[in-house]
Design a binder for this molecule. Structure first.
Ligand SMILES: NC(=O)c1ccc[n+]([C@@H]2O[C@H](COP(=O)([O-])OP(=O)(O)OC[C@H]3O[C@@H](n4cnc5c(N)ncnc54)[C@H](OP(=O)(O)O)[C@@H]3O)[C@@H](O)[C@H]2O)c1
Length: 230
């Protein structure tokens, strides 16, 4: 199956793992939308740009089979973790919500019929998690998950939309933690451990080849049932 995949966030932990997985498919081509492009297949791209500038950046991409919108603001690591609540909320709005919506809307003219759109949620967005970061991520990922449901209905006969909702994935923030704190977080998950970026990438890889229009609008939770409160 030949696929042209276009993705934001490929420089992040899940993104790097996903790109590695795409290399197992020589017939797949990946266009990387990056703030710091480093190769000929990369397109300079910042999801906080205006809708017009984003649309212009995507003009040369050609037909796209799959959009994976991975870009997300990291409000757990410095410098954002030390900023006021409202500023962290603004960052999540600008990147995860508005940035994703702009990316999707600019991709639609290029998306082939029966294309796939994969957005990123969070397994606890609908369950609740105490604390400021929990509130903030719930706001952002809950909004994005709800948006994806309506988008799926809008695009019903045209594209398949999924939200992938991982738990704690060992990416930038996870890797910065001391072992005891990491272990405490792991102990509060049902699986008792952090998810690896490759596990989440494997789910995304599978969705790219899952039968089209079979289960559009679904949230794919990457966890073992409802997670424990943490
Ligand atoms: N890790 C987890 O535990 C977890 C759990 C649930 C959901 N998620 C979601 O999964 C997605 C990927 O997570 P991750 O942990 O792999 O992320 P990460 O390692 O923190 O990387 C974030 C990615 O987003 C990109 N990005 C940030 N702001 C951007 C902007 N303005 N324009 C374009 N790209 C931008 C970053 O690019 P730069 O390299 O340029 O900074 C980087 O590629 C995110 O949406 C995240 O919210 C993660």
């Amino acid at each position: 199956m030949r696929l042209h995949i276009m993705a934001t966030g490929l420089s992040g932990g899940i993104g790097e793992a996903l790109e590695l997985r795409t290399k197992n498919h020589p017939e797949w081509r990946v266009t990387r939308l990056l703030r710091r492009p480093s190769g000929p297949a990369d397109i300079a791209f910042d999801v906080t740009w205006s809708e017009r500038r984003i649309a212009q950046a995507l003009e040369p991409v050609g037909p796209v089979d799959v959009l994976v919108a991975l870009a997300g603001a990291d409000i757990l690591s410095p410098p954002l973790r030390n900023r006021p609540y409202a500023e962290r909320l603004e960052a999540l709005y600008a990147v995860d919500i508005h940035g994703t919506v702009k990316t999707v809307r600019a991709t639609l003219p290029h998306l082939v019929k029966d294309g796939v759109i994969i957005l990123m949620g969070w397994d606890q967005a609908g369950l609740g998690k105490a604390g400021e970061s929990g509130e903030l991520y719930a706001l952002a990922k809950g909004a994005l998950t709800a948006y994806a449901k309506s988008l799926a209905l809008t695009l019903m006969d045209r594209a398949t939309v999924y939200t992938v909702a991982p738990g704690w994935v060992d990416t930038r923030w996870g890797k910065s933690l001391e072992t005891p704190r990491k272990q405490r977080i792991a102990a509060r998950t049902r699986a008792g451990r952090w998810q690896t970026p490759d596990e989440v990438a494997q789910v995304i890889e599978a969705l790219m080849t899952f039968p089209r229009q079979l289960s559009t609008g679904q949230v794919i939770y990457v966890n073992r049932g409802d997670v424990l409160p943490s």
